[in-house]
Design a protein around this ligand. Structure first.
Ligand code: AMP
Ligand code: MG
Length: 328
């Protein structure tokens, strides 16, 4: 067990301390605008191995490399196409991850042996400060045990990885709450690998409507597992927005509602309302914390209300479907 130090991410001295830990091969959990990341020096294979160990993440699941500027980008990837460059201009810094050809010195463990690497420039000022101060690209998956619901505040990281990381930089709750959108730029067409905070229509506005395919049905890399982001409590997604759950006798049921339900349900033991007004951005921001709270209630089943798969709703439904996938 490590002694995990929890520090304020807004204190420059904590950032310097955490950056020293990164350079020395240690593990630092830090806030980003999407979820908390578990960071290490992306160029140090031993440090990367420690991330996999701390998360108990299978080595076939590649990591995202976080950078702060174009110079760092050039040290990580071989080349940037004009289309990729347009996406970077439009969405960086921000919640868009691009998959590009990697340079040879990026360790195989970071990319799960793939010739490509996923890169992102986060918008969170404290994440940027950490990367800049460390002076190296930071490889960081979400800071949670593999497969569980992603962390959106420092306490979530402490709950899941306390004793396994050196430092947790506490920057308060994450603004967006779902992971970055991942787009592969290595094929003939840009391809959406994971829906996220940047929406498909925002991307299409920048690179054109026809240049895009949606790879939701196939597993493009081994990391895109059908069951992921999952609560321990089994989940059923309801048929439509506003549907009432059919709760079985003696079942301890909880409801994850997208907006204020218009039915009263005395059979429910717990309910989380993601956005009283039905605002999907707000729902995304609250999703993971709400799932964690429901998961702590000792319920037999969580019933989740679906939302329309438009805008950020595509990312919300992607996460709910993976959560609801039965474990075998
Ligand atoms: P996480 O940081 O936990 O949200 O997971 C990062 C995800 O990025 C992985 O699970 C993959 O789905 C994706 N990813 C990372 N590197 C690559 C790559 N080289 N090619 C395609 N997808 C990738
Ligand atoms: Mg993750």
């Amino acid at each position: 067990m490590k002694r995990t130090q929890r520090m304020s991410a807004s204190d420059p001295a904590s950032i310097r301390f955490a950056a020293d830990i990164i350079r020395a091969g240690g593990l630092v959990a830090f806030p980003t605008e999407t979820v908390y990341g578990l960071g290490c020096d992306a160029l140090n294979p031993d440090a990367v191995a420690r991330v996999f160990e701390a998360k108990q993440r299978p080595s076939f699941d590649p990591l995202i490399v976080h950078i702060t500027d174009r110079a760092m980008l050039e040290a990580v990837v071989k080349s940037v196409s004009p289309t990729a460059s347009r996406l970077m201009d439009a969405f960086w810094p921000g919640p868009l991850t691009l998959v590009l050809s990697k340079r040879a010195h990026i360790p195989d463990l970071v990319t799960a042996g793939l010739p490509t690497v996923a890169v992102r420039m986060p918008a969170h000022p404290m994440a940027q400060a950490l990367i800049r101060e460390a002076g190296v690209p930071i490889a960081a998956p979400s800071a949670n045990p593999f497969g569980y619901v992603s962390p959106t505040c420092a306490q979530h990281v402490m709950d899941g990885l306390g004793g396994r990381v050196d430092v947790i930089l506490d920057g308060g709750p994450c603004l967006l709450g779902v992971e970055s959108t991942i787009v592969s730029m290595t094929g003939t067409w840009p391809e959406l690998l994971r829906p996220g905070s940047v929406t498909l229509s925002e991307i299409r506005n920048v690179i054109g409507p026809a240049t895009y395919t949606l790879a939701t049905q196939k597993i493009a890399v081994p990391g895109q597992l059908p069951r992921h982001y999952a609560t321990r409590t089994p989940m059923t997604i309801l048929a439509a927005p506003g549907s009432r759950p059919v709760v079985h006798d003696h079942e301890r049921a909880g409801l994850l509602a997208m907006s204020q339900p218009n039915h009263r349900d005395d059979q429910l033991c717990a309910m989380e309302i993601l956005s009283a007004s039905g605002d999907l951005r707000e729902a995304a921001r609250h999703l993971f914390a709400a799932l964690r709270r429901l998961d702590e209630q000792g319920l037999d089943r969580i019933y989740a209300e679906p939302c329309a798969e438009v805008g950020i709703g595509l990312a919300i439904m992607d996460r709910l479907r993976r959560c609801a996938m039965p474990s075998n």
